[in-house]
Design a protein around this ligand. Structure first.
Ligand SMILES: [Zn+2]
Length: 180
C-alpha cells in the first residue's frame, strides 16, 4: 500500500476584481445650454471691463452689444465672401480665398438669446435689456441676409447632416458577438 500524496495545489487566486466603477454623480452638472450661457456672460462681462474706460453693466446699452458682436467676428470660423470675391454667392467654393472669417449668423443669434436671458437672471430689467433691443434684431437680420447672399446658402432650411451611418453592419455584428 502506497500512500499517494495528492498534490492538491488548490491555489485559489483570490483576485478581488477591482473594477473601477465610476460612481454615479449625484450633483447634477449644468446643462450644455446653462454652462454655455454662463461662459457667454463671463465673456461679455470681461469685454465690458476691458473697454477704456471700463463699462459698468448698468451703463451697458445696445451699442456695447453691437460692438461686442463685431469684436467676436475675429474669432469666427465662417467664411463670408466679400462682394469683390469671385466665389461670392457660391456655397462650396472650389478654392480658398482671402475673404474674412466671421461668426455665423446662427451662432450670434443663439448667443444673443443666451445673454438676454442671463442679463435678466442677473437682475437686469426686461425693459432695459440691451440684448433685446430693436437695434440688435436689425443687426442680426442684416448679418443673416448678408451671409445668405455671400455664401449662397438659403437660411429657410438647415441641411441636416445626420446621414453619417457607417455601412459596415457586419463588423458591427461581430463586435456585438464579441461583447456578449
Ligand atoms: Zn471669398
Amino acid at each position: 500500500m502506497s500512500t499517494q500524496i495528492q498534490n492538491v495545489s488548490s491555489h485559489h487566486g483570490s483576485s478581488s476584481s477591482s473594477l473601477s466603477q465610476h460612481p454615479p454623480s449625484n450633483h447634477q452638472p449644468l446643462s450644455r445650454y446653462e454652462s454655455q450661457k454662463r461662459r457667454d456672460w463671463n465673456t461679455f462681462g470681461q469685454y465690458l471691463k476691458n473697454q477704456s474706460p471700463p463699462v459698468a453693466l448698468s451703463q451697458c446699452n445696445f451699442n456695447h452689444v453691437l460692438d461686442f458682436l463685431r469684436y467676436l467676428d475675429q474669432f469666427g470660423k465662417t467664411k463670408v465672401h466679400l462682394h469683390g470675391c469671385i466665389f461670392f454667392g457660391q456655397p462650396t467654393p472650389p478654392a480658398p480665398c482671402a475673404c474674412p472669417l466671421r461668426q455665423a449668423w446662427g451662432s450670434l443669434d443663439a448667443l444673443i438669446g443666451r445673454l438676454r436671458a442671463a442679463y435678466e437672471e442677473h437682475g437686469g430689467s426686461p425693459e432695459t435689456n440691451p440684448f433685446g433691443g430693436g437695434a440688435i434684431r436689425v443687426y442680426l437680420r442684416e448679418v443673416k441676409e448678408c451671409q445668405a447672399k455671400a455664401r449662397g446658402i438659403p437660411y429657410k432650411k438647415k441641411k441636416k447632416k445626420r446621414n453619417t451611418i457607417i455601412k459596415g453592419t457586419q463588423s458591427a455584428k461581430d463586435i456585438e458577438q464579441q461583447a456578449s
